[in-house]
Design a protein around this ligand. Structure first.
Ligand code: IPD
Ligand code: CA
Ligand code: CA
Ligand code: CA
Length: 258
């Protein structure tokens, strides 16, 4: 089984997930951890469909999915899929735009394939290790190394309210833009529209595809402590231009120990 086979398999399941989302009419909404943490029957159906497709085609592969998360993963196998069936569920429910399907595949502990499909705009971002990042089959250029002063920065504001990290960004960045979906905020960063996307509370499915995108495009990505991201658990994370990363590094580290 080659990586290319898995790439075509991933494209097929994303297309099937798209069909499920587009066919959904009456969407039952439930809450999860709190009243602003939404999940719909569509999130669950897409997760179930992708899981079944992987289990049928690659029965030995491991699955880490948001809607079947049971807690910190103890052990990773050599073939791992990380799935966010709908990223930006709040946007999906409230405005039917700015949400996406996210998928990442790891081989022997390393990022091998990444996909973010923005359902409404039809933009499919993907990467195969060593071949760069594509959007709808056009290769993305490496984004400019933006400084903080010239950058729009996406940051989850609710969790950051009153922190010196937010104060620094408000005072030193060009401005703030936050779309409320890692799929959107993250892809805006890999295209260079944003200088950074900072998420204080992400699941593995929120950051997994961006690890390979960042590697292929020369962006910097880590947790707030400056360590490489692990797909075994929740983590804060930043994906940024090298300059913005350097400028925010100390603030991010301070945030971790606050
Ligand atoms: C959420 C979005 C949001 C981010 C949250 C995520 P979900 O994903 O990506 O931008 O700030 O941390 O949980 O729950 O809609 O898949
Ligand atoms: Ca969710
Ligand atoms: Ca998500
Ligand atoms: Ca989700």
């Amino acid at each position: 089984m080659t990586l290319k086979d898995k790439h075509f398999f991933a494209l097929a399941i994303i297309s099937q997930a798209y069909d499920i989302i587009k066919a959904s009419t009456k969407v039952a909404v439930e809450t999860k951890a709190h009243s602003r943490d939404l999940v719909t029957v569509v999130d669950k159906t897409v997760q179930e469909h992708i899981n079944q497709a992987i289990q049928t085609q690659y029965p030995d592969d491991q699955i880490i999915g948001e809607e079947n998360w049971t807690g910190k993963v103890d052990r990773l196998t050599d073939h791992v899929w990380v799935i966010d069936p709908i990223d930006g569920t709040t946007n999906f429910v409230k405005q039917q735009t700015d949400y996406g399907i996210m998928l990442a595949y790891f081989e022997n502990g390393k990022s091998a394939l990444s996909y973010v499909y923005l359902v409404d705009s039809g933009h499919l971002y993907y990467a195969i290790k060593g071949y760069g990042v594509y959007c709808n089959h056009h290769k993305l250029a490496k984004p400019k190394d933006l400084t903080l002063k010239e950058s729009l920065i996406a940051i989850g504001i609710r969790e950051n309210f009153n922190t010196s990290l937010l104060e620094t960004i408000v005072n030193k960045a060009f401005d703030i833009r936050y779309y409320g979906s890692s799929a959107v905020d993250g892809t805006r960063t890999i295209t260079g529209n944003l200088g950074a996307f900072i998420n204080p509370a992400g699941g593995p499915w929120d950051f997994a595809p961006f690890i390979l995108f960042a590697e292929e495009l020369g962006l910097t990505m880590s947790n707030f402590a400056g360590e490489p991201l692990k797909i075994t658990d929740y983590s804060d994370f930043i994906i940024a231009s090298a300059s913005v990363y350097q400028e925010l590094k100390e603030e991010l580290q301070a945030y971790t120990i606050e």
